[in-house]
Design a protein around this ligand. Structure first.
Ligand SMILES: *[C@@H]1O[C@H](CO)[C@@H](O)[C@H](O)[C@H]1NC(C)=O
Ligand SMILES: *[C@@H]1O[C@H](CO)[C@@H](O)[C@H](O)[C@H]1NC(C)=O
Ligand SMILES: *[C@@H]1O[C@H](CO)[C@@H](O)[C@H](O)[C@H]1NC(C)=O
Ligand SMILES: *[C@@H]1O[C@H](CO)[C@@H](O)[C@H](O)[C@H]1NC(C)=O
Ligand SMILES: *[C@@H]1O[C@H](CO)[C@@H](O)[C@H](O)[C@H]1NC(C)=O
Ligand SMILES: *[C@@H]1O[C@H](CO)[C@@H](O)[C@H](O)[C@H]1NC(C)=O
Ligand SMILES: *[C@@H]1O[C@H](CO)[C@@H](O)[C@H](O)[C@H]1NC(C)=O
Length: 466
């Protein structure tokens, strides 16, 4: 394309967005094409251009998003409202959602996260963490946030949220954030009935999706992409949440694809909210330096009743990693995993009792975590360097570990010690290569997997349109 024709195309594209802004017909046309499945449909619809937003990738739309949500809140209270983000690049800083609200990001629409720190309010750290995760101090608010909400849907036909993380990763790596933590992309706190579906998130500054202190959460059909060397770009972090379903997601990231959490040391113990009733299924994950699914390391409120099934992991450091430390308290128990297909893994199973990252000070060295009733079955892995590395605490072993029907094929140059086990106990059945002596082979068994469903698995989504 010549320079002149490029300029003409750009001008045409920009003027078509400007037309949409001023034309109610175009806003109606946008609305006419919206169809999706959601926990609740909405009586009212609006398009972000109706609030003065400009999709040129340069104009800050923070004010437009804030104003849209403030003005739409009364409609949300009257039968619900959906706010549509049409094709274009919509630059914005942090904004808060409201209840009975759907944010619909259309195909070819990108919400572009501002790299201007002043576009993110500084907020108090989470009560169950006591400080930010990057530094002893407060945190930048997440790009899209919500507190105390009911019935929130963030969806689209695979529209994008681009966290523009490069700025934040660079400054973080060079030690530029001494007393503040980077923003996450999507964080909902103390909320219930949450759906995040059919969107793509790329280049998050740190964690991607963080429901914390929530109940009834569905994350479905979400694609998360971040460079495999980007710092702390965890995919989905259910944290002190009850009744969560994560399904049909694809994650490539620089940190754990899924990290299940429940608060950090004395702060998490005090808040005491577990993550429980969690189902993760049909996840595909690539994370060469981290886990497919991590439980912890922040697990001080407890993690229990987690089901994982039909998981594909490629070039991932470990499949399931339990991370904890002296001082965490809490528990990781009643964990069930089956039907994992894995290729090119450093470890398949990893349990680390000495994941010794602590908040600034004051953890209780007598607060010992309990790790028990961990069940893994029906898995195959290929090109594995070391099948398992399992380290409990000598004065507090990890117990009731069960592994059955697992076939692990080794890499060309595997570790000499294939199963490195310390301070654990349990059983195995039909596992190759032969597990360590702390997991003796029993008569054939299938390790447990629950036959019931968690409540959110029975939610039927409604067909909605705008
Ligand atoms: C997501 O999109 C797919 C089509 O790509 C569709 O079948 C599915 O129903 C959508 N899911 C939701 C929750 O909207
Ligand atoms: C979002 O709400 C929180 C209070 O929960 C507030 O501290 C923050 O400033 C709000 N963010 C924006 C962008 O207004
Ligand atoms: C959320 O609800 C709690 C308890 O009612 C209240 O203390 C807090 O101020 C609320 N926060 C926001 C941001 O609405
Ligand atoms: C959504 O977009 C991402 C990024 O372009 C792509 O990798 C993914 O395959 C898309 N998903 C669907 C269901 O089209
Ligand atoms: C962080 O430290 C800088 C430099 O010491 C200071 O200017 C700033 O006010 C501090 N910010 C917070 C939120 O404490
Ligand atoms: C096996 O894994 C190594 C990295 O550990 C990788 O370099 C190699 O390509 C993999 N081989 C196959 C056949 O996938
Ligand atoms: C086994 O694991 C322990 C604890 O992590 C470690 O100290 C030791 O070096 C490992 N041994 C081998 C042979 O890899």
């Amino acid at each position: 394309m010549t320079r002149t024709s490029f300029v003409i195309v750009v001008v045409l594209v920009i003027s078509s967005f400007q037309m949409m802004e001023s034309s109610p017909d175009l806003a109606n046309e946008v609305k006419a094409n919206i169809q999706y499945n959601a926990i609740n449909c909405r009586k009212h619809s609006a398009v972000i251009t109706e609030f003065g937003a400009v999709g040129d990738g340069k104009t800050s739309n923070t004010k437009a998003f804030k104003e849209a949500i403030t003005k739409l809140a009364p409609k949300a209270a009257d039968g619900g409202v959906q706010l549509i983000v049409p094709p274009g690049k919509w630059l914005t800083g942090s904004f808060n959602l409201t209840s009975h609200f759907t944010l619909f990001i259309q195909k070819d629409a990108t919400i572009l996260a501002s790299q201007d720190e002043s576009e993110y309010p500084v907020v108090a750290p989470l009560p169950s963490y006591g400080q930010g995760r990057d530094a002893a101090g407060p945190t930048f608010a997440s790009l899209i946030s919500g507190t105390n909400l009911t019935d929130v849907v963030i969806t689209g036909n695979n529209g994008t949220i681009n966290g523009q993380g490069k700025y934040w990763w660079g400054k973080y790596r060079s030690g530029g954030f001494k007393n503040i933590t980077r923003p996450y992309t999507l964080e909902l706190m103390f909320s219930k009935d949450v759906q995040i579906s059919n969107i793509t998130i790329i280049d998050s500054p740190a964690w991607n999706i963080h429901p914390v202190y929530c109940t009834n959460v569905i994350v479905k059909g979400v694609t998360i992409l971040a460079p495999i060397d980007s710092p702390n770009t965890d995919g989905i972090n259910p944290d002190s949440c009850t009744n969560t379903l994560i399904e049909d997601c694809f994650v490539v990231s620089g940190d754990d694809c899924i990290a299940v959490k429940s608060g950090w040391d004395q702060f998490g113990i005090k808040v005491g909210m577990p993550t429980q009733q969690l189902s993760i299924r049909r996840l595909t994950c690539i994370s060469p330096d981290s886990a497919g699914i991590a439980l912890g390391s922040e697990m001080s409120g407890g993690i229990k009743d987690v089901r994982m099934e039909d998981i594909t992991l490629l070039q991932t450091q470990s499949a399931i990693r339990i991370k904890t430390a002296v001082g965490r308290g809490g528990y990781v128990k009643d964990i069930f995993a089956r039907r994992f297909t894995m290729k090119t893994m450093k470890y398949v199973f990893w349990m680390s009792g000495a994941y010794n990252q602590h908040p600034a000070s004051g953890y209780d060295p007598k607060a010992m975590p309990e790790v028990t009733n961990i069940n893994y079955r029906d898995m195959t892995a290929d090109n594995v360097t070391q099948p398992a590395r399992l380290d409990g605490f000598t004065n507090d072993p990890f117990t009731k570990i069960c592994m059955s029907n697992i076939n692990i094929a080794l890499a060309a140059e595997p570790k000499e010690l294939l199963w490195n086990c310390t301070a654990i106990s349990g059983v195995s059945s039909k596992v190759t290569p032969k597990p360590c002596s702390l997991l003796p082979e029993t008569a054939p068994v299938d390790c447990a997997f629950p036959v019931d469903k968690i409540p959110v698995e029975s939610v039927v989504l409604n067909k909605c349109s705008a």
